[in-house]
Write a protein that binds this ligand. Structure first.
Ligand SMILES: Nc1nc2c(ncn2[C@@H]2O[C@H](COP(=O)(O)OP(=O)(O)O)[C@@H](O)[C@H]2O)c(=O)[nH]1
Ligand SMILES: [Mg+2]
Length: 320
């Protein structure tokens, strides 16, 4: 039987035994959604929960992929295995960034301790916000205990996705005050650690002051964990060990005070709510087609029924 037609359970067994092709295939099923993705979720969900996700987010070009690659190298030196999900909702059409990421991370392409996957959005952000945690759980269930998630932190929805990691690293550059694209307030809210990448350039201290000031104005400064600010030069790995030590320290901190459990519970509740909302949206789209719908619209146009009563009639058919 070819891999393409293997049942999900067999693919999963193969992936657990280290078959990267099977894992890639399962991730494709997750990306696509539908019944096969449901089956992946059914099998993986009970087996997930021991993996730890680290999100890296920031404006396009901030150096997230370079930094991710440097972190992979650092983790491999410590014999840690690692999986990476690179998510770029901003380039569904060209695929340019995805290709770029592949090239940048190719140092690790033949290392069995590293698994890298670019998740395509197919232009649907809502789908991605559900597919990403699903994909992370799959990686977790096949035994990847560190999962790095690279996301673009620009718009509100993207920042929301970025904030779904256990520890979130926000990557900025010297002079980021000038960049109009970044959703600063949103990024401040989700940051557990700040990286000032490209610290080989001028303006590191100004940027640090800028961040400190923004922290003072936010609630974060007064929480027990104040997000550390770490200068990094991802291209020559300067600051990368310090960054990783900080991520590990943050993990220990939120594991110790119960925050990790609270975060995960919150995310699961939000995910459940989103699944219900999306399925209702789908039902609404299904309802608003067909002959009966056309007739009701005509009735509303002719003022023989008001819009609310017409909606009641449609919703009555699904008991909502
Ligand atoms: N000078 C300098 N350039 C860097 C550094 N890190 C990344 N870059 C460069 O910045 C560009 C964008 O990097 P990339 O990792 O693709 O950014 P991403 O879009 O955030 O993933 C590339 O040309 C990198 O070589 C750094 O620490 N210093
Ligand atoms: Mg990138």
């Amino acid at each position: 039987m070819s891999r393409r037609s293997l049942p999900v359970a067999e693919l999963f067994e193969a992936a657990r035994n280290g078959d990267r092709g099977a894992l890639a295939r399962l991730l494709s099923l997750v990306e696509r959604g539908g019944p096969d993705a449901r089956e992946v979720s059914r099998i993986t969900y009970p087996m997930s929960g021991s993996g730890y996700t680290v999100g890296l987010t920031g404006a396009p070009g901030a150096g997230k992929s370079t930094l991710t690659s440097a972190l992979i190298g650092h983790l491999r030196q410590q014999q840690e295995e690692v999986a990476v999900l690179a998510i770029d909702p901003s380039s569904p059409f060209t695929g340019g960034a995805i290709l770029g990421d592949r090239v940048r991370m190719q140092d690790h392409a033949t290392d069995p301790g590293v698994f890298i996957r670019s998740m395509a959005t197919r232009g649907h952000l809502g789908g991605l916000s559900l597919a990403t945690p699903e994909a992370a759980r799959l990686l977790d269930a096949v035994g990847r205990h560190w999962i790095l998630v690279e996301t673009v932190g620009v718009g509100q929805v993207e920042v929301e996705i970025a904030g779904k990691a256990d520890t979130t690293v926000v990557v900025v550059n010297p002079g980021w005050g000038d960049s109009v694209q970044a959703n600063k307030a949103g990024l401040m809210e989700i940051a557990d650690v700040f990286v000032i990448n490209k610290a080989d350039r001028k303006g590191v201290e100004d940027t640090r002051r800028d961040l400190e000031q923004m922290l003072e104005l936010s609630d974060l400064a007064h929480e027990a964990w104040r997000p550390p600010i770490i200068p990094v030069v991802a291209t020559d790995k300067r600051g990368v060990p310090e960054l990783w030590d900080t991520v590990v320290a943050h993990r220990a901190f939120i594991e110790g005070n119960g925050e990790l459990v609270r975060r995960r519970e919150f995310r699961l509740r939000e995910e459940l709510r989103e699944i219900v909302a999306r399925r209702l949206e789908q039902r609404a789209r299904d309802l608003t087609t067909g002959e009966r719908w056309a007739q009701l619209q005509a009735d509303v146009l002719h003022r023989t029924i008001d819009p609310w009563a017409a909606a009641d009639e449609m919703l009555g058919t699904i008991g909502a």
